[in-house]
Design a protein around this ligand. Structure first.
Ligand code: P6P
Length: 339
C-alpha cells in the first residue's frame, strides 16, 4: 500500500536515516558520518536526475566518443554522472576508497591527484558504484539508475583496494536511485528497505515506500530469453516449469526491461524472480559483482528475499578483482529456491 505522507510532517530521507542513525547510535558508535555520506549521495542522485531529465533537450544523448573500461561506447551522461559522483563523494570528506564501473582503477581518496588543487579529507567509508546503469537504454527513454554499495574500511586500515575486495555481507549500506517518471531512491542500512521519491519542488527525497517487503512468491519472471540458446540445462528446465506449470498452477508473466535497476525495482515491489545467469557464452554472467550484484542482493535479502549465484549466496562471494562478473538470481524466496 502506497504511503501518503501527511502534508505537514514530511519524512525526508535525511530525517529517516537520522532516526535510523539514532537507533544505530543506541547500539553502536554512529558518528553521523554515514548520514553525511548519504546526504552527498542524495545530492549526486538529484544532479544526475536533473541531467537525465533534460538530456535529450541539451543533446547529452549519444556517444561521448571514448570507451569505458568495459569496452562499451561511453555515452555523455555516463561520463557526466561518473564525474558528479566522484567529485561529490570526495568532497564529502567521508570516503577512503571509490570504485566506479566507469574507471579501470579504484580511487584512493587523499592521495595527491594529478593536477588536484586541494587535498581532500579521507574518511572511513568505501563506496562502490555504477553511476548510470542501463546506459544502453538512455536514448530510448527507458528507466536507468545509479547503484551503490558502502563498506566501512577494515579496522586499522587507512583505505586500500583490500577494503573493497570483501564479501557483500560486509556492506553497511546499499541502494539505487531509479530515474523514471519520478526519481525513486531505495536504500538499506541493514534495518530493512525503504523507498523515497524525489519531490522536485523542494528537492527532497520523501519516504513513500516504508519497509519494502517481497511476497514469498510472485507471478513474474524477468530474464533475457534471447540468450536461451546458450543457457545451461537447469535454467532451461526452470523456465519450462514456470511457463508450462504442472497441476493447477498458472504460467508466470514475462517482464524484462533490460535495465537492472528497473527490473529489480519491479521485483522488490511486486515479487517474482529476476535472473542474469551464467551461460555458454558468458561464463560468469554479465552483471558486475561489486556494484550491481552485491547492492541488489543486500536489498533483496533485507526485503525478505533470496539472492544467489545459482551455486551459493551472492553476499558470500569473495571478490578477486573490482570489475569481476557474477551470475544473479534474486527475488521472492519460494521462486528463487525452486531453481
Ligand atoms: P542484456 C544494462 O546494460 C545492464 O548492465 C543491466 O542494467 C541489465 O540488467 C543488463 O545489462 C541487460 O543485459 O544482455 O539483457 O541486454
Amino acid at each position: 500500500k502506497e504511503y501518503t505522507p501527511p502534508s505537514t510532517d514530511l519524512i525526508t530521507l535525511t530525517r529517516h536515516v537520522l532516526n535510523d542513525g539514532f537507533n544505530l547510535a543506541r547500539s553502536s558508535a554512529a558518528s553521523g558520518d554515514l548520514t553525511i555520506l548519504l546526504a552527498s549521495l542524495q545530492t549526486t542522485c538529484k544532479f544526475i536526475e536533473n541531467n537525465v531529465r533534460k538530456a535529450s533537450l541539451i543533446n547529452l544523448i549519444g556517444q561521448a566518443g571514448n570507451q569505458n573500461v568495459q569496452g562499451e561506447d561511453q555515452k555523455k551522461l555516463d561520463v557526466l554522472s561518473n564525474e558528479i559522483m566522484i567529485n561529490a563523494l570526495r568532497a564529502s570528506g567521508k570516503v577512503a576508497v571509490l570504485v566506479s564501473e566507469e574507471d579501470e582503477e579504484a580511487i584512493i581518496v587523499g592521495e595527491k591527484q594529478e593536477g588536484a588543487t586541494f587535498e581532500t579529507e579521507r574518511g572511513k567509508y568505501c563506496v562502490v558504484f555504477d553511476p548510470l546503469d542501463g546506459s544502453s537504454n538512455i536514448d530510448a527513454g527507458v528507466n536507468i539508475g545509479t547503484i551503490f554499495g558502502i563498506y566501512l574500511v577494515r579496522d586499522g586500515s587507512k583505505g586500500t583496494i583490500e577494503d573493497v575486495l570483501r564479501p557483500g555481507r560486509e556492506m553497511v549500506a546499499a541502494g539505487y536511485c531509479m530515474y523514471g517518471s519520478s526519481a525513486n531512491l531505495v536504500l538499506t542500512t541493514g534495518n530493512g528497505v525503504n523507498g523515497y521519491t524525489l519531490d522536485n519542488g523542494i528537492g527532497e527525497f520523501i519516504l513513500t515506500h516504508p519497509n519494502i517487503t517481497l511476497p514469498p512468491r510472485g507471478k513474474i519472471y524477468s530474464i533475457n530469453e534471447g540468450n536461451s540458446a546458450y543457457y545451461h540445462e537447469p535454467v532451461l528446465n526452470y523456465l519450462e516449469s514456470i511457463k508450462y506449470p504442472k497441476g493447477d498452477r498458472k504460467p508466470y508473466s514475462a517482464r524484462y526491461i533490460g535495465s537492472m535497476v528497473a527490473d529489480v525495482h519491479r521485483t522488490l515491489l511486486y515479487g517474482g524472480i529476476f535472473g542474469y545467469p551464467e551461460d555458454k557464452k558468458s561464463k560468469s554472467g554479465k552483471l558486475r559483482l561489486l556494484y550491481e550484484a552485491f547492492p541488489m542482493a543486500f536489498l533483496t535479502e533485507q526485503a525478505g528475499g533470496v539472492a544467489t549465484t545459482g551455486r551459493g549466496r551472492i553476499l558470500d562471494v569473495q571478490p578477486k578483482q573490482i570489475h569481476e562478473r557474477c551470475p544473479v538470481f534474486l527475488g521472492s524466496k519460494e521462486d528463487v529456491e525452486e531453481l
